[in-house]
Design a protein around this ligand. Structure first.
Ligand SMILES: Cc1cc2nc3c(=O)[nH]c(=O)nc-3n(C[C@H](O)[C@H](O)[C@H](O)COP(=O)(O)OP(=O)(O)OC[C@H]3O[C@@H](n4cnc5c(N)ncnc54)[C@H](O)[C@@H]3O)c2cc1C
Length: 425
């Protein structure tokens, strides 16, 4: 009789694991809390486009398994060119690319020194602590100070938390693939549809408890108990941190330590549609280097790629947490007030907008994992360790090489399915 494998979560990791196991005849079923697949790569038709509520990018398109899936499932992908980014100062004036390049070289040097300092210290230190020492002894022009402020916000927008929480030794551990960073104008939906097509998924099924026995595992939901030979858990790190799923017996102490050590970052998307574009249409992205803390300082320009007058804004870390305390309307009003400062009062009012709030999502409690001060890539390895060859763990937060990404999630699903095939075949 074929072995029964239950997978918790129909995000990319769960879908990858399920597809892989089904190829070799395992009796596989996914239990998913939401009424749709995709998890943090979920998309929905909004603003008249397929809108990615979570992942929308492929980080490096050469040999990246997600780029291969995009081709296989006919997703629309555009390459984004950093040479076509535009940075504005607080008066809405363009900062010259030469000034930016020069500043970036200076800043990268400070980052290298900070990492070295962290390794010379007895234990890991926060990136802020390391970096501040060098920042304080450098001199910066006023334009460089504005660029510095933007750079420091970059940590929030990219990693999902402020540099005061990041490990100075490991914050940049996450790897991309070679090649271009690409945006999916079709959203991830074609990939999610393609991966989930043949997977048996029970939607609206929230797992509450996992009971590990000697010869099987019980997965307990509100209305049912599922018995399986093995279970793959793809729960986001935020869900583990909140203890909303009970483990009987409790997870091993080393796994619980890894859950505590790693950080769960916050990254949100605020997309705004206008009747027409009032910003330069040819730029791929627009960055705002302002001293006065704009609500959102990074915007991706969809107009260039699909001729829709839509700006996609990104916020992260403390700033995103602060914005989440405001209503959608207040967030948009704040952004518009800032745009008026930069582009003048003649700009049109938005016709529609979308705003995500990932920290409030009870099935992720945040956006993606990161290496907090004191944690290390081995914490990710610990997250991936199986328990008694019955409980297996996949998902972005189990990938020491590719955490926080869709490719990390995908490969982790294949990794756990392969382990199960080796053990149970
Ligand atoms: C705003 C945002 C932007 C991002 N941008 C990018 C990007 O551009 N490129 C990139 O590579 N990555 C990006 N990421 C990260 C990427 O989306 C994730 O790393 C990846 O999708 C995680 O997949 P996963 O399968 O590990 O987890 P998930 O997709 O979170 O899947 C876990 C599933 O488990 C379900 N679940 C949770 N709790 C329960 C429960 N108790 N019972 C049953 N089911 C449960 C959830 O509903 C979910 O469907 C972004 C993430 C966010 C939030």
């Amino acid at each position: 009789m074929s072995k029964k494998i239950v997978i918790v979560g129909a995000g990319i990791a769960g879908l990858a694991a399920c597809s892989e196991l089904m190829k070799t005849g395992f009796d596989t079923e996914i239990l998913e809390a939401c009424n749709h697949p995709g998890g943090r790569a979920w998309s929905k038709e909004m603003l008249g486009i397929p809108f990615g509520c979570g992942a929308s990018w492929i980080h490096g398109n050469t040999n990246n398994p997600i780029a291969l899936l995009a081709t296989q499932f006919h997703a629309n992908v555009v390459s984004v060119d950093p040479e076509k980014f535009m940075t504005l100062d607080q008066h809405g004036q363009l900062i010259s690319p030469e000034v930016i390049k020069q500043f970036n070289r200076k800043f990268d040097l400070l980052l290298t020194k900070s990492k070295k300092l962290a390794y010379q210290s007895q234990e890991d230190i926060a990136l802020e602590k390391a970096l501040s020492q060098y920042i304080n002894s450098e001199s910066f022009s006023s334009i460089e100070l504005a660029l510095l402020k933007k750079k420091l916000r970059f940590f929030e927008e990219y990693i999902g938390d402020s540099y005061e929480f990041l490990s100075a030794r490991h914050w940049d551990q996450e790897e991309s693939w070679p090649g271009d960073h690409c945006f999916l104008t079709s959203s991830y939906q074609p990939i999610i549809n393609g991966l989930s097509k043949n997977c048996p998924i029970k939607y609206n099924t929230v797992v509450k408890k996992i009971k590990l026995h000697k010869n099987n595992v019980e997965v307990i939901t509100e209305n049912n108990t599922y018995s399986a030979d093995a279970v793959i858990l793809t729960l986001p790190l935020g869900v583990f941190k909140k203890n909303t799923v009970i483990f009987d017996p409790p997870l091993p102490a080393c796994k619980q330590d890894a859950i505590d050590n790693l950080g769960m970052g916050l990254f949100n998307i605020t997309a705004i549609k206008f009747p027409f574009s009032f910003w330069p249409k040819h730029v791929h992205a627009m960055f705002l280097a302002q001293m006065d803390n704009p609500p959102i300082s990074t915007f991706f320009n969809l107009h260039h790629f699909i001729k829709e007058p839509i700006l996609i804004g990104y916020s992260g870390g403390d700033n995103a947490r602060r914005l989440e305390t405001y209503s959608d309307k207040t967030i948009i009003d704040n952004i518009m007030r800032n745009f008026e400062k930069l582009f003048g009062h003649g700009i049109p009012a938005p016709t529609d907008y979308v705003n995500t709030r990932w920290s409030l999502n009870p099935f992720s409690y945040g956006s993606y994992s990161y290496l907090k001060t004191g944690s290390s890539p081995t914490d990710y390895d610990m997250m991936a360790q199986s328990v008694s060859d019955r409980l297996f763990f996949a998902g972005e937060a189990t990938s020491s090489k590719f955490s926080a990404t869709t490719h990390g999630a995908y490969l982790s699903g294949i990794r756990e399915a392969t382990k199960i095939k080796d053990i149970f075949r």
